[in-house]
Design a binder for this molecule. Structure first.
Ligand code: UDP
Length: 378
């Protein structure tokens, strides 16, 4: 089967990393069409996955845009639709990986009479999208998609709640290659030395800097933790959230945390960095569609505490594979961090258990087989 994958982003977000893992199985028979250039194209090239940047201008469909703005932007993307429709002639299936890719992919699939698959990696709720954009996504998916794949039960439930047809949806979790996450003991000491964190209890936060990812919650929690608890923040503002970055730095100064916090920016060496942490915190204040970092932490054999909402609830079972705390609650987060700080053996037992379970549950080759079966039925 020849697949034309479409993704709106040139940046490396979770959706793009997940698509790379899917497209690997089709590298001989696919093209990934991007609507923007950037590090995502470079990663696909490194992985020898055929890729082409199809748009020269950014498409404006923001979270808050109203129907009029959306229509205006659709008229400005007509040339892209024509281009995608033309390319789709050489493929059996169009596979839209993001919302803007769905808009273009749906129209191209109609023009070219090719089946459309929508891989939905967002929670279609008011927390994340305007009513207009939710309606556009659901209407296009209902009308044009033969299959909607969601990355969690939570994402599926939100799609149906927003008006999506339940009979076209299948849940497929993200897949991971466990061998890529094998920690090396030497990394642990080396990285901690480099960061000057030898004697500290290091809590890692791995996510783009964005208000709903809740980095500010971990900063607040630190105030309630023992003094040797420090935090490293790995990730950058990918979508222009500069005000939030500024706010985080002010918060650090205001709370007197300068000696206990480091911002490392976007890193491609997430595995060694995670492996050097004593605990990984996930602090999203709105429901997370899946939460790749949670599974990655487990595969690295690091204990993980996550915000109890959305897909995270399907990944973590408190006391068995990690801990869940209510979103936006720094006190309870601080309690878990402090418990882990004082009970390293019990904490590591849970981390090891989580690693075994995650290795089985999210194995990329099984997940890609599941996907191939679903695509084969279209
Ligand atoms: N990530 C990365 N470098 C960074 C920060 C994050 O490679 O500096 C990766 C992280 O390892 C994870 C992905 O970005 O694989 C984020 O996916 P997630 O599902 O957690 O969040 P999303 O970005 O999709 O909202």
């Amino acid at each position: 089967m020849k697949i034309l994958f479409l993704d709106q982003s040139g940046k490396l977000g979770g959706a793009e990393l997940s698509l790379t893992d899917v497209a690997k199985s089709y590298r001989e028979n696919c093209l990934v069409g991007l609507f923007a250039d950037g590090p995502f194209r470079e990663l696909l090239e490194q992985e020898q996955i055929p890729v082409q940047v199809l748009a020269t201008e950014q498409i404006q469909v923001s979270k808050d845009s109203n129907i009029l703005q959306s229509l205006v932007s659709i008229s400005s993307i007509a040339p892209l639709i024509t281009r995608v429709a033309k390319i789709a002639h050489h493929y059996d299936l169009i596979y839209a990986n993001t919302q803007k890719a769905l808009v273009i992919g749906a129209l191209a699939s109609f023009l070219r009479r090719r089946p459309l698959v929508y891989h939905l990696r967002d929670i279609l709720s008011a927390d994340h999208f305007s009513a207009t954009n939710r309606r556009i996504a659901v209407t296009l998916a209902n009308r044009f998609a033969s299959l909607v794949i969601t990355n969690s039960e939570a994402t599926k439930a939100a799609f149906i709640e927003a008006g999506g047809r339940s009979n076209i949806v299948e849940v497929v979790y993200n897949g991971f290659e466990p061998e890529k996450y094998l920690a090396q003991e030497s990394n642990y000491n080396q990285i901690r030395q480099q960061l000057g964190l030898d004697e500290q209890f290091v809590v890692g936060h791995f996510s783009r800097l964005s208000p709903w990812k809740g980095q500010h919650i971990l900063l607040e929690a630190l105030v309630h933790c023992p003094d040797d608890v420090t935090a490293i923040f790995v990730g950058d503002a990918l979508f222009g959230e500069q005000d939030y970055v500024e706010h985080l730095h002010q918060q650090v100064a205001k709370l007197g945390l300068k000696e206990r916090v480091q911002f490392l920016g976007f890193r491609s060496d997430v595995v060694p960095l995670m492996s050097a942490c004593d605990l990984i915190a996930h602090t999203s204040t709105a429901p997370e569609p899946f939460g790749r970092v949670i599974v990655e932490a487990m595969l690295c054999g690091r204990p993980v505490v996550a915000a109890e909402a959305g897909g995270a609830i399907e990944l973590v079972e408190t006391g068995k594979t990690g801990w869940l705390v209510p979103p936006g609650n720094p006190q309870q987060l601080a309690e878990i961090i402090t418990t882990c700080r004082h009970q390293p053996e019990a904490t590591m037992m849970i981390a090891n258990q989580a690693k075994d379970i995650a290795t089985q549950r999210f194995d990329l080759s099984n997940i890609n087989q599941e996907l191939a079966q679903l695509l084969g039925c279209i």
